[in-house]
Design a protein around this ligand. Sequence first.
Ligand code: ACO
Length: 406
Amino acid sequence: VGPQVIDIRKLYGQTGLFTYDPGFLSTASCSSDITYIDGDKGELLYRGYPIEELAVNCDFMDISYLILNGELPDGTQKKEFDSLVMHHTMVNEQMHFFLRGFRRDAHPMAVLTGLVGALSAFYHDSTDITNAHHRHVSAIRLIAKMPTLVAMAYKYSQGQPYIYPQNNLSYTGNFLRMMFATPCEEYVVNPVVERALDRIFILHADHEQNASTSTVRLCGSSGTNPFAAIASGVACLWGPAHGGANEACLQMLEELQAKGGMAKVGEFMEQVKDKNSGVRLMGFGHRVYKNYDPRAKLMQQTCKEVLAALGLENDPLFKLAMEVERIALEDKYFVDRKLYPNVDFYSGIVQRAIGVPTALFTAIFALARTVGWIAQWNEMISDPEYKIGRPRQLYQGSVSRHVPKR
Ligand code: ACO
């Protein structure tokens, strides 16, 4: 038994009444079959399957297939899907020239927003969104090309040559190679690192109507092409209250470490509780979860495993994060407001341990969320009753008046 749902269109007609709900605290903008969250229980399901089971038993390609198609793939379907995605990993060479227009110190999310939007210039079939086959091909292209684009943005920022996709590797192994290989040395994918990154991808794959997904739906509702709609999602994700929190969280922990680490945690937590300080605990709190974010639990577990496997058990930032969490779980301020770690709290520590630079954290989130964005976009476009999104407003400006003589 969930909350009571009222379809106001049925009760009051299209224009008889409208609700005022800033931040959409209690307004459903759509119905969906993809992802379910019970924020009070701390439960997350993709297509009905608990995230805890998916994270342990599947890889990111299984999850992508599931989110797109509604069912987990069998052996043959998985093989075909893997090879279809890997077939589309290359991007047009013209994209390299486009990338060269950016400053080398540009933020990767600025670059990625541009690159994803620019893909629409190469695939004219993608503008025919009424054709289910074209929508499917666009979805595969986006999932396949995101790792290539993120790795290109990284290599460009380093002044290093791009590494082309190697399609006999796994999706995640190929991404790691494009990021960290150089033309002068042989690169061997470390299975511990590959598994950890794949877990990060799984945990970020979809999260129902969050800000960036809602942005993709609203943008796509005008009938624009999917590359343009996903570019809008990338732009939204960048903000520190959303996907940018993983980068902000790691910076927060690094600053705390530089200021004295464990000895200063208590003082820092008092600062967070002081509303006048303007300091928020990044990686904490969530609009829907009023219990522990199940992704954060899995991420904390992954963090422990990866640090141990890489001989980094004494990582000071991990210890600091655990101490921050311990204090928060016992502190009235956090308990009363139901503030728990979210997915971003530990993901930065995992990414840092496997060698991903902080500035790239949110781009990796975007790479993984692309499957959720495109599945949600496709679900919307496939519904014969979908309408252009057009929120109303509560106007509080001046009443009608005349321009004075001048
Ligand atoms: N640190 C300190 N206090 C917080 C925090 C935090 N991280 N988050 C919420 N609060 C407090 C607020 O000050 C407010 O207190 P009040 O009732 O005394 O005024 C109360 O908790 C409710 O907070 P809201 O901002 O109203 O909650 P909302 O649902 O609008 O915001 C959000 C959710 C944006 C995630 C918020 O918790 C936040 O800013 N967290 C830090 C950023 C972050 O980690 N974002 C990632 C979210 S997960 C994701 O996007 C992948």
